[in-house]
Write a protein that binds this ligand. Structure first.
Ligand code: ATP
Ligand code: MG
Length: 561
């Protein structure tokens, strides 16, 4: 039992571990692993698996390894290896000195394969991939035995050694486990465990021209590392008998227990490395860290905090039922976390010039503005105020409906942390009729936001002083796809949301933001949470990403139609 047991919702994997501990299975050890294949960047689904494995280990004072399942060299690379480590570390987890590669076990895996062959549990087969598929049978038809299945062990051993020595061309032979061609579980119908493949491996170079298959590699890697609970997603449930079979045949140090849970699916996006790869390679997004992607690096660049992602993974729970989680659940976790921690600042995305006609020419005041209404310990700063300011274009209407409490001709509003102003005149371009500027007057007695005569205004709007403002690029993001479950559609690529990003070139920010550094997060008052883009922002060219809006306006909109 651990300290946090009663704070967290329990789930079936905790129940299994608790039961194992009660029976003193594995001498009371809990050892998990996160086993990515380095063939792409990690996404939010992997985040769930990372959180689950590392958190369980920590809760039970055990350990969690990071292990690369690098058995497919043609799809893997050092770039992915490095990116995965960055992502896991950024999420807040530490594998200490337990960084492993399945390729480190290639020699052991090979020796174990020879043991299987000697014991008559594996054979070399010359059937082609197509023939193997044909012989395998179907769910309703049993498989047929390959002619190679009854080759004597000595011949198999000789052939396997020659496979390794490079005597045969790619695909000429495979090594198969000798299990049961009539098994109702197709995975048990003599699965291939080694293939010949000449491909330079990112770690072992050209040492090997045969590579072990995933199912054979994974269980043995787990056993060699002393893993106790091998947690994976449901698609491996049907592979569990093979996992257990391999370990039962071999003199491995232990026999880990494979436990499957339902993968995380999020709506309006795709969580498949293959699809993400296509989006990146076909340049439908700007890269693996495009802030619209559900990759960990994309979410990071967008401004999601590690704490928010961890909180999300904990809240959605762990089950065996496939579900699709609404994106708003993730966004709400992000909002909650940022609401607590972000300083609030003034920024105008679509500036409308306002001249305060009765304000002294050339004067600048420094007004006091606290960073967070609920957290005085975050401090305050001074914001400059002067004769010409910018307000949000949307905060003015020439002919407003009844419920519009912002600025309109003859109406008065409060400028946040500053004064009441009244709109006297809206200037327009003679030719186009386009609104150019407002002429307003301010009430000097309302400094700080209240009128001594007790008169009320209904609206408070944000603003920045024109001469002091910092020009910035601001990027607004929306759902990547227009449909809730794009992954299910054949034409999923054509369902990308054309409005998933909007770039605003000339936003104006309060001047203090000049010192913001890459990845700093803020609330822009009334607009949402924003962070400094870690890739494109430069000293004199701030670029902000909108992480999330203040409220779930998107959910409301979709409910309307
Ligand atoms: P994808 O299906 O996106 O291509 P994968 O399963 O091939 O991913 P791996 O690198 O093999 O990617 O995954 C590493 C670990 O993360 C595995 O244990 C896998 O079960 C887990 N995982 C992958 N996708 C999800 C998901 N959507 N939800 C939870 N866990 C996942
Ligand atoms: Mg996988």
């Amino acid at each position: 039992m651990t300290d946090n047991d009663n704070l967290r919702p329990s789930h079936f994997i905790r129940n299994i571990i608790n039961e194992d501990l009660r029976q003193n299975k594995n001498d009371g050890r809990v050892h998990t692993r996160f086993p990515p294949e380095p063939n792409g960047y990690l996404h939010v689904g992997h985040a769930k698996s990372i959180c689950l494995n590392f958190t369980l280990a920590a809760e039970y004072r055990g350990q969690c390894n990071l292990r690369y399942d690098d058995t497919n060299p043609e799809k893997e690379s050092q770039e992915y290896i490095d990116a995965i480590q960055d992502d896991v570390r950024w999420l807040g987890f530490d594998w200490e000195d337990r960084l492993y590669f399945a390729s480190d076990y290639f020699d052991r895996l090979y020796e174990y394969a020879e043991i299987l062959i000697r014991d008559g549990k594996a054979y070399v087969d010359e059937l082609s991939a197509d023939q193997i598929r044909e012989y395998r049978g179907t769910l309703t038809l049993p498989g047929r035995e390959s002619p190679g299945r009854n080759r004597p062990a000595a011949e198999n051993l000789d052939l396997f050694r020659r496979m390794r020595a490079g005597e045969f061309k790619d695909g000429a032979y495979v090594l198969r486990a000798r299990i049961d061609m009539t098994s109702p579980n197709i995975n048990m119908r003599d699965p291939v465990i080694y293939r010949i493949k000449r491909f330079h491996h990112h770690r072992t170079g050209d040492k090997w021209c045969i590579y072990p298959m995933y199912d054979y590699t994974h269980c043995i890697s787990d056993a060699l590392e002393g893993i106790t609970h091998s947690i994976c997603t449901l698609e491996f449930e049907d592979h569990r008998p093979l996992y257990d079979w391999c370990l039962d045949q071999l003199p491995v140090p232990c026999h880990p227990q494979q436990i499957e849970f339902a993968r995380l699916n999020l709506n309006y996006t795709v969580t498949s490395k293959r699809k993400l790869n296509e989006l990146v390679n076909e340049r439908l997004v700007s890269g693996w860290d495009d802030p619209r992607l559900p990759t960990i690096t994309g979410m990071r660049r967008r401004g999601y905090s590690p704490a928010a992602i961890r909180d999300f993974c904990e809240r959605i729970g762990v089950t065996k039922n496939e579900t699709v989680i609404d994106m708003s659940v993730l966004e709400n976790c992000v909002r909650e976390d940022l609401d607590r921690d972000c300083r609030r600042v003034l920024a105008v995305l679509r500036p409308l010039r306002v001249v305060i006609t009765n304000y002294p020419e050339g004067q600048t005041e420094q007004l006091d503005a606290p960073y967070h209404p609920g957290r005085p310990e975050l401090g305050s700063r001074k914001v400059p105020f002067s004769k010409v300011i910018y307000i949000e274009r949307d905060d003015f209407m020439e002919d407003p409906p009844k419920k519009f409490f912002r600025l309109a001709p003859g109406r008065e509003v409060r400028l946040r942390y500053a004064y009441f102003i009244r709109c006297d005149e809206a200037l327009k371009d003679q030719a186009t009729g386009e609104l150019i500027e407002l002429r307003c007057t301010y009430d000097p007695a309302t400094r700080g936001g209240n009128a001594p005569d007790g008169r009320k205004v209904k609206g408070t709007i944000h603003w920045v002083a024109a001469d002091h403002a910092l020009a910035a690029e601001v990027r607004l993001y929306d759902r990547l796809f227009t449909v809730p479950d794009p992954g299910r559609e054949e034409n999923w690529r054509s369902l990308l949301n054309p409005k998933s990003v909007e770039v605003i070139k000339n936003a104006r920010l309060e001047p203090g933001l000049a010192s913001a550094r890459a990845e700093d997060r803020f609330q822009f008052e009334r607009l949402g949470y924003f962070c400094v883009d870690r890739r494109d922002a430069a000293v004199n060219r701030p670029v902000f990403n909108r992480t999330v809006t203040l409220k779930d306006s998107w959910g409301k909109e979709s409910r309307r139609d």
